[in-house]
Design a protein around this ligand. Structure first.
Ligand SMILES: *Cc1c(COP(=O)(O)O)cnc(C)c1O
Length: 477
C-alpha cells in the first residue's frame, strides 16, 4: 500500500502570503540590474508556521540512530553521545576561522595533536594524518602512499594489490583509482584469507595487500601476522582497512601485527555522526616505513608551540585545512570521556552484544561462518521458499528497525549483516531477535506480508535501481 505523499510545500502556496514583514526601507532604493531579474523561479508563498510544519514533518521522516535501532553491518551505527555535540558547538571551536593562522589557533592545533597521538597509540602506529574525510578517502591516501614508496625506490614493477573476496567494495575501487591493479584472493572455509592462494599471488609485481581485520564476516583473521610476514618477504606492504576497529579497540593493535598503513573511520568507531553521507573522518595511520609519506600537513609540537608540518615524502594534501575539524573535536571528546579502560570495554561489549544476538538469531536463521564472531555476524535471508533477503529487510522497516546491510559480503548468499554495537541494550537486542523470529513465521505462513513490505512508510517498495540511477531531486509542478 502506498500512502499519498505529503503535500509538497509548493502545493501549500497561496499568492501574496508571506512569512516575514520587512520594515520600510530607510535608505534609497537601488535599481536591480535587468540581467539579475527573472520570472523563471516560481517560489512558494507561505507563512512561517506552515513552513516550520513542513520542514518539521520532513525531518520526522528521517530514520536515525536517535530514534530507532540501526544494525547496519560494518557501518557501526552506534549512539553519538550528545556531550560530543556540546564540545563541538563551543564557540572557541565553532568560531575559529580556518585562516586564523597558527599563532592564533594553538588550542585547535593542540587538540589535533593530542588526537593524533591517542589514535597512533590505539593503532600501534608511528604517526597519524587526520586529513581524509571518509574511510574510502583514507584508503585512497594509503594506496597512494604504498605506490609512492615503491616508486621512490625505483621499483616500478609493483602494481598489484591483493584484496580478499570478503573486502568492502571501496578497497578495489581505491586501488584502481590510485592506478594499481586489484587482484582478488579467495577466502578459506573458515572465512579467512586462503594462505595458499595468497602465496601463489606473491612476486615481484606485488605492491601490497589490503586487509580488513576483523573482516566483513565479523571474524578475526587469525593468520594476520603470517599474512603480513609473507607480503613483506615478497617486497609488498600491508594496508589495513580499520572500519571494524570497534571490535578490537584497546585489545588488538594492528600496527603490532605488521600492518604498515591503515585507516580508521572516526564516524564508526569513535562515535562521530555519519551524517547524510558526511562529513566524516577516515584518518590514516602509518608505521615507521610509511610515516614520511602521510598526507599533510600534520600537527607537530616544537617546544611549547604547535605547528603544521608536511612530512618529507608526503603524497600531499587530501583535504583543505585540518580536514573536518568539528568531527575531530567530537572524537577527541569521546576518547577522553572513555579513557583507555573505557575504549577497551566498548570493544568487549560490542563483541558481547553481537554474540548474544547471534545466538538468538541462529536458532532460526542460517549463519554460514558460525564460529564466535567479533562485532557483527552474517546470516542468510532466504528463510523460506520464495523469500529473499530484500523482503526480510523491507519487512523489518514495518517493525521500526533499520534493515541491516544486505547482499554483502558477496561470498555469503542472501547475506544479512547484523552489527548491534555496544550502545544497544539487552531489551533492544531481545526485541529485534523476537521480530526476526516473527518474520521467519510470516515467511513460512504468509510470505505476501514480506513481498509487500514496507507498508508503514510514506512510500512503499521502491525500484531501487531507478531510485539510485535516476533520482528525482527537484520538485516539478
Ligand atoms: C564503511 C567501510 C569502508 C568505507 O568507509 P567510508 O567512511 O564509508 O568511506 C571501508 N571498508 C569497510 C569494511 C567499511 O565497513
Amino acid at each position: 500500500m502506498n500512502l499519498t505523499p505529503e503535500p509538497l510545500v509548493y502545493g501549500l502556496s497561496s499568492p501574496g502570503r508571506v512569512g516575514v514583514v520587512l520594515p520600510e526601507s530607510d535608505v534609497p532604493v537601488a535599481p536591480v540590474p535587468a540581467w539579475l531579474e527573472r520570472d523563471s523561479l516560481p517560489l512558494p508563498e507561505l507563512d512561517e508556521l506552515t513552513t516550520v510544519r513542513h520542514f518539521t514533518r520532513l525531518s520526522q521522516k528521517n530514520f536515525s540512530i536517535d530514534t530507532n535501532f540501526y544494525p547496519l553491518g560494518s557501518c557501526t551505527m552506534k549512539y553519538n553521545p550528545k556531550a560530543n555535540e556540546a564540545a563541538a558547538a563551543h564557540p572557541s571551536w565553532r568560531n575559529l576561522h580556518p585562516y586564523a593562522g597558527e599563532s592564533m589557533s594553538q588550542g585547535a592545533l593542540e587538540l589535533v595533536f593530542r588526537l593524533q597521538e591517542i589514535l597512533a597509540e590505539i593503532g600501534g602506529f608511528k604517526a597519524v594524518s587526520l586529513q581524509p574525510a571518509a574511510g574510502a578517502h583514507g584508503e585512497l591516501a594509503g594506496v597512494f602512499m604504498i605506490r609512492k614508496y615503491h616508486l621512490e625506490r625505483g621499483d616500478t614493477r609493483r602494481v598489484k594489490i591483493l584484496i580478499p573476496d570478503s573486502a568492502h567494495g571501496t578497497n578495489p575501487a581505491s586501488c584502481t583509482m590510485a592506478g594499481l591493479e586489484a587482484v582478488t584472493i579467495p577466502s578459506n572455509a573458515e572465512g579467512g584469507v586462503d594462505l595458499e592462494a595468497l602465496k601463489a599471488a606473491l612476486g615481484p609485481e606485488l605492491a601490497g595487500i589490503m586487509i580488513t581485520n576483523p573482516n566483513t564476516l565479523g571474524l578475526f583473521e587469525r593468520n594476520i601476522e603470517e599474512i603480513c610476514r609473507l607480503v613483506h618477504e615478497s617486497g609488498g606492504l600491508v594496508y589495513g582497512d580499520g572500519a571494524n576497529m570497534n571490535a578490537v579497540t584497546g585489545v588488538f593493535r594492528p600496527g603490532d601485527a605488521g600492518i604498515d598503513v591503515m585507516h580508521f573511520n572516526l564516524h564508526k568507531t569513535f562515535s562521530t555522526p555519519h551524517g547524510g553521507g558526511g562529513p566524516g573522518v577516515g584518518m590514516v595511520a602509518a608505521n615507521a616505513t610509511l610515516a614520511e609519506f602521510l598526507p599533510g600537513p600534520l600537527v607537530v609540537k616544537k617546544g611549547d608551540v604547535f605547528a603544521l608540518e608536511t612530512p618529507p615524502k608526503s603524497i600531499g594534501r587530501m583535504k583543505a585545512f585540518y580536514g573536518n575539524f568539528a568531527v575531530l573535536v567530537r572524537a577527541y571528546a569521546y576518547v577522553r570521556m572513555l579513557g583507555a579502560e573505557g575504549l577497551r570495554r566498548l570493544a568487549e561489549n560490542a563483541v558481547l552484544n553481537a554474540n548474544y544476538l547471534k545466538v538468538l538469531v541462529e536458532k532460526r536463521w542460517k549463519v554460514k561462518y558460525g564460529r564466535r564472531c567479533m562485532h557483527e555476524f552474517v546470516a542468510s535471508g532466504d528463510i523460506a521458499e520464495g523469500v529473499h533477503t530484500l523482503d526480510v529487510a523491507k519487512r523489518l522497516i514495518d517493525y521500526g528497525f533499520h534493515p541491516p546491510t544486505i547482499y554483502f559480503p558477496l561470498i555469503v548468499p542472501e547475506a544479512v549483516m547484523i552489527e548491534p554495537t555496544e550502545t544497544e541494550s539487552k531489551e533492544t537486542l531481545d526485541a529485534f531477535a523476537a521480530v526476526l523470529d516473527r518474520i521467519a513465521d510470516e515467511a513460512r505462513d504468509n510470505p505476501a506480508l514480506l513481498h509487500d513490505a514496507p507498508t508503514t512508510t510514506p512510500i512503499g517498495r521502491l525500484d531501487e535501481v531507478a531510485a539510485a540511477r535516476c533520482p528525482v531531486l527537484c520538485y516539478r509542478a
